[in-house]
Design a protein around this ligand. Structure first.
Ligand SMILES: Cc1ncc(COP(=O)(O)O)c(C=O)c1O
Length: 347
């Protein structure tokens, strides 16, 4: 049955209320003798539990508006997990079959969640090409059929647009509501949609805002331009620099050790009840490093992309040794407060 315009509009309306507009959390902590605050968007509160819902929704909205997707088309994407979960869920709402090409080292929870939405997974080993292989297989699949829609999250400008038009404005108005302006924004780079889109919006408001991409110290793809080493921060640093990432428009790359990110994520859960994923621990540490450079009172903002539930079978639940150079050991978490959803301040 053809999808009517009214049915489409009401589905998009319903989803718009379930995606984005997340509270901003103020995390209070003591570091090197100072009482400090870092701000983080609670992106695990999105529809399927991650920041990727923003991008998936925007890409589908644009594709429908431009007539690039039709009823019955299969949505096919290469992803390390959260994007697959978003498209699997949102695709089902619109009645699309969904096929996900995913590296075989991603957590079992990610695989099971994608299956639970009825999507198909093609699992790709390192020997068969790893992440880059996933992208090629996805393109080959689309080339073999006429009824496939490719979101192409690594090159689609709608990915950045989602964050430029939602996450960025939300951060600005939430901080404004408490009389503050962001001095810096930091985010781990998977596709780079978050850092590029939020960065573009914040720089339009204030060209002096620092925008720092973040990568694992063990696998410095942004710094070296190629895949080096391995790391344990699922969702970021996928073996290549994505097309939408324009490093020359950003400030310097911040490196965080994956073990430190794991310890920080554990600490956010055990000390504050913020049960976040490893990339959130990584982003928090990158925010502290940035604040250390620009001043202890600087309003530095980041995102908590997902929660720990997709990481229960990963290193996040194992004992992680603390190295002397890790920052997480020096951070004493004191408490949190929240700045309400951005829509609460709009007319
Ligand atoms: C857990 C997690 N953190 C961070 C990111 C990076 O976000 P972006 O793709 O916008 O760079 C992703 C992306 O999939 C993710 O899944």
């Amino acid at each position: 049955m053809a999808t009517t315009v009214d049915a489409l509009t009401s589905k998009f309306q319903a989803l718009t209320r379930l995606v984005g507009n997340t509270p901003l959390i103020s995390i209070h902590f003591r570091y090197r003798g100072d009482h400090r605050v870092i701000y983080a968007k609670s992106e695990y509160l999105n529809f399927t539990g991650s920041i990727k819902d923003r991008m998936a929704l925007r890409i589908l909205q644009n594709a429908y508006a431009e007539g690039r997707i039709a009823a019955g088309h299969t949505i096919a994407e290469a992803t390390s997990g959260n994007t697959g979960i978003s498209f699997a869920a949102i695709g089902r709402i619109f009645g699309h079959p969904v096929k996900i090409f995913m590296p075989d080292w991603m957590s079992q929870e990610r695989v099971q969640l994608i299956h639970s939405y009825g999507a198909e997974i093609v699992s790709v080993s390192r020997r068969d090409g790893g992440f880059v292989g996933c992208i090629q297989m996805c393109e080959d699949f689309a080339a073999s059929r006429a009824d496939v829609f490719l979101p192409r999250q690594f090159s689609n400008p709608a990915n950045c647009e989602a964050h430029e038009q939602t996450t960025g404005p939300e951060i600005w108005s939430q901080l404004w509501s408490v009389g503050k302006k962001p001095l810096a924004f930091v985010a781990g780079v998977g596709t780079g949609g978050t850092v590029m889109g939020v960065g573009k919006f914040l720089r339009q408001r204030d060209p002096a805002v620092r925008i720092h991409p973040v990568e694992p110290a063990e696998s410095p793809t942004l710094t070296t331009g190629c895949k080096v080493g391995n790391h344990r921060i699922q969702g970021i640093s996928d073996e290549f620099i994505p097309e939408i990432v324009q490093l020359k428009e950003l400030d310097e790359v911040i490196a965080v050790c994956d073990g430190d990110a794991i310890l920080m994520a554990k600490k956010l859960a055990s000390d504050l009840g913020l049960a976040v994923g490893i990339s959130s621990g990584c982003n928090f540490l990158a925010a502290v490093i940035t604040q250390e450079k620009i001043g202890p009172d600087a309003a530095v903002v980041t995102v908590f992309p997902d929660d720990n539930k997709k990481n229960l079978s990963t290193a996040l639940m194992h004992v992680e040794p603390c190295r002397p150079d890790y920052l997480s050991a020096e951070i004493e978490l004191l408490g949190l407060s929240t700045i309400g959803r951005a829509c609460e301040f709009c007319g």
